[in-house]
Structures are given as C-alpha cells and as structure tokens.
Design a protein around this ligand. Structure first.
Ligand code: HEC
Length: 136
C-alpha cells in the first residue's frame, strides 16, 4: 500500500509540474507551420542533436515554433540560453550546446537560403500583444 500512495503522490507532482511548464498559452504564427525537418542529409552528430532538440524544445510550446523561426547566430545563442534558464526547462548546458549547434547548422542549411519561408522572431511585446488578443 505504501508504494501505491507514493506512486500517486509522484503522479500528482508530475501533473503539477506539467501544468506549470505548459506556457503554451499563446499561439504564434510559427506554431502553425511544419513540425518536422528532413535531416537525412545532415551530418550524424547533427542528426543526433535533432532528436535532443525535438524532445527538449517541445516541452512548453510546439516544436514547430523553433522549426519555423529564422534568427541570426547571436539571436539563437541568446534564445537557447533564455529557454534553458526558464524554470523547469530541463535543459542542461551540455544539451543546450548540442541543440545550439543543431539550430545553427539548420539555420545555415535550410533557412538562410530561403528566408521568406520562415518567421523572424517576435519581440516579447509582440508576443504579449498576441496573448492579450487571444484571451478575449
Ligand atoms: C520552460 C519552457 C520552455 C522551453 C523548455 C522552451 N521554450 Fe521556447 N519559449 C517559451 C516561452 C514561454 C516563449 C514565449 C516567449 C518568452 O516568454 O520568452 C518561447 C518562445 C520561443 C520562440 C519564439 C521566438 C519569437 O520571439 O518569436 C522560439 C524560437 C523558441 N521559444 C525556441 C525554443 C527552443 C529552440 C527551445 C529548446 C532549446 C525552447 N524554445 C524551449 C518557453 C520554453
């Protein structure tokens, strides 16, 4: 019996953590784009990092969000750090580095040659405006 209640408590904690981590309270235009990348021609290391990226970067919002956002190298660096430092992000600095390498490779290979197909990052003010509009 003891193990059953411990299990129940654990389940509740997971559920609470999940709710807290769910910050997908706003839909950005990027969220509605494609949600997979054909990485079959990417180097093996980058393909591996793609798996990590899919797991880690879909915890709080769609994976389509980063897949369809175009940014400079400096912006990605700032962004990955910002996402890492959000409460309960679950992203270690070594994961962050691998994901950053993936994002830069993908940016240069898939996004830079075709910038019109992707969304530039919105400012926090623009995101907040969308959030207010969607609440109504
Ligand atoms: C802990 C929750 C959380 C995790 C994990 C997370 N994000 Fe986010 N992300 C957010 C929130 C919240 C926003 C909305 C803007 C903000 O508050 O910073 C956001 C916004 C974004 C945007 C939109 C940029 C814009 O301004 O238009 C991108 C791109 C993004 N995240 C990429 C990533 C990547 C890449 C990862 C994995 C390294 C990741 N996110 C992991 C919470 C998270």
């Amino acid at each position: 019996m003891k193990s059953v209640s411990a299990f129940a408590v654990f389940g509740l904690m997971v559920a609470a953590g999940f709710v807290l981590a769910q910050t997908a309270d706003v839909v950005l235009p990027q969220d509605n784009g494609p949600e997979v990348i054909d990485v079959s021609k990417y180097p093996a290391e980058i393909q591996k990092a793609y798996g990590l990226f899919r797991t880690k970067c879909s915890k709080c919002h769609t994976i389509a969000r980063p897949i369809n956002t175009t940014m400079s190298r400096a912006e990605w660096e700032r962004y990955v750090k910002r996402m890492m430092h959000k409460p309960n992000s679950g992203i270690s600095s070594s994961d962050g580095k691998k994901i950053f390498d993936f994002l830069i490779y993908d940016q240069q290979t898939r996004k830079d040659p075709n910038p019109g197909a992707f969304f530039p990052a919105l400012s926090l003010e623009e995101i907040e405006k969308l959030r207010q509009m969607q609440r109504r």
